[in-house]
Design a protein around this ligand. Structure first.
Ligand code: FES
Length: 95
């Protein structure tokens, strides 16, 4: 189901970004997908989907910043916008 019609972001894409992509902050999700960055109408619903996905993660993987350090970069996740990983300091895709 589309959550953000401005950037064609689905609930599945949000869940995938969290579950497989290492996204741990909503602002990083917004940077990666564009969700809630144009008209903003989708923001509340997108945050709900994001929060649900975060709640499904094991507790030790919910913290931003350290989950991806030394692990696989989030970049392989298929995102609709230019991927921007901010979860590790060594990532070559960091902008
Ligand atoms: S519907 Fe998501 S920014 Fe407009």
């Amino acid at each position: 189901m589309y959550i953000c019609s401005c950037h064609a972001v689905t609930d599945g894409a949000i869940r995938k970004a969290v579950m497989e992509g290492g996204i741990r902050r909503f602002r990083d999700l917004a940077k990666s997908t564009g969700v809630s960055t144009q008209c903003g109408i989708c923001g509340k619903h997108a945050k709900e989907v994001f929060d649900k996905a975060m709640a499904e993660l094991p507790a030790d993987q919910r913290e931003p910043g350290d989950a991806a350090v030394g692990k696989t970069c989030a970049r392989p996740v298929t995102l609709l916008m230019e991927p921007q990983c901010s979860n590790c300091s060594n990532c070559s895709c960091r902008k």
